[in-house]
Design a protein around this ligand. Structure first.
Ligand code: PLP
Length: 253
């Protein structure tokens, strides 16, 4: 069968039975931006909105096979990576990415659920930094993930976050988006960091309430805009707009 020519985002991540996060959220978001998706499932999880009940890792070969088939079947213009579950899956995903260096990859470095359950093996952080990050166009840690990835305490302020960001940039991603949603204060600021460029701040009013899956949504919306050939900065701006709108609707409900 012929290759499908419309741009697609290849979503690589875990399923979440509650629908609050994971690949269901990713597909919903990317399709709202008007871009098609194809899929490689890394883990099947059993979740409600309050708890992660069970996690079933997929075999690394099965994840790589899904990615290669998706890439053969469709014109993939961006790749969005979420929950990876194990170090062996990370190595398999990195191997496929290295075969497609021209496709921008956005990594949401998912480490745990908001209920506190680990979604990545603790000893896999090294593989994520060493094998995967150098292949990524953008990595989108929140402040908790940033601290865990560089082995530090939670950043106390903006300067601290920028210092930690610089250390993570040294792992080789082309850009980082530090998400300030877990900080306190009336405004929520995300910072786009790139080597040899001044940081760019995206500032928004902090909204009351919480919502699951916002990290999945942001990285997915950014990937969808990259797939539409928008610049990184435009894609981040549009991604932030998308999530803010969802949060607004959610807090009004
Ligand atoms: N489950 C899966 C499969 C995920 O990919 C993620 C986050 O990316 C989560 C759960 C965590 O979502 P939340 O922080 O909203 O619980």
């Amino acid at each position: 069968m012929a290759l499908r020519q419309e741009p697609h985002v290849l979503v690589v991540g875990g399923s979440d039975s509650s629908g609050g996060a994971g690949v269901a959220r990713d597909i919903e978001t990317i399709s709202a931006v008007g871009v098609r998706t194809c899929l490689a499932v890394t883990a099947v999880t059993v979740q409600t909105h309050d708890a992660v009940i069970a996690i079933h890792h997929q075999q690394p070969g099965l994840v790589a096979d899904q990615m290669r088939a998706a890439l053969r079947a469709n014109k993939v213009s961006a790749i969005k990576i979420g929950m990876l579950s194990t170090g062996r899956v990370i190595v398999a995903v990195a191997a496929v990415l290295s075969e497609y260096p021209w496709i921008p990859a956005v990594l949401d470095p998912v480490l745990a659920s908001s209920s506190g359950r680990p979604l990545l093996e603790a000893n896999a952080i090294g593989a994520m930094k060493r094998d995967l990050m150098p292949l990524c166009r953008l990595v989108t840690p929140n402040l908790i993930e940033l601290a865990a990835l560089v082995g530090s305490e939670l950043a106390a302020d903006d300067d601290d976050a920028l210092q930690q960001g610089k250390r993570l940039l040294a792992a080789g991603p082309q850009a980082l988006l530090l998400k300030g949603g877990h900080a306190t204060g009336p405004r929520s600021t995300d910072i786009l960091m790139r080597p040899d460029q001044e940081p760019v701040r995206f500032d928004a009013l902090r909204l009351a309430g919480t919502m699951r899956g916002t990290g999945c949504m942001l990285a997915s919306a950014i990937a969808a805009h990259l797939a539409n050939a928008r610049s990184l900065e435009e894609s981040v701006l549009e991604g932030k707009r998308f999530v803010l709108e969802k949060l607004r609707k959610n807090s009004a409900e």
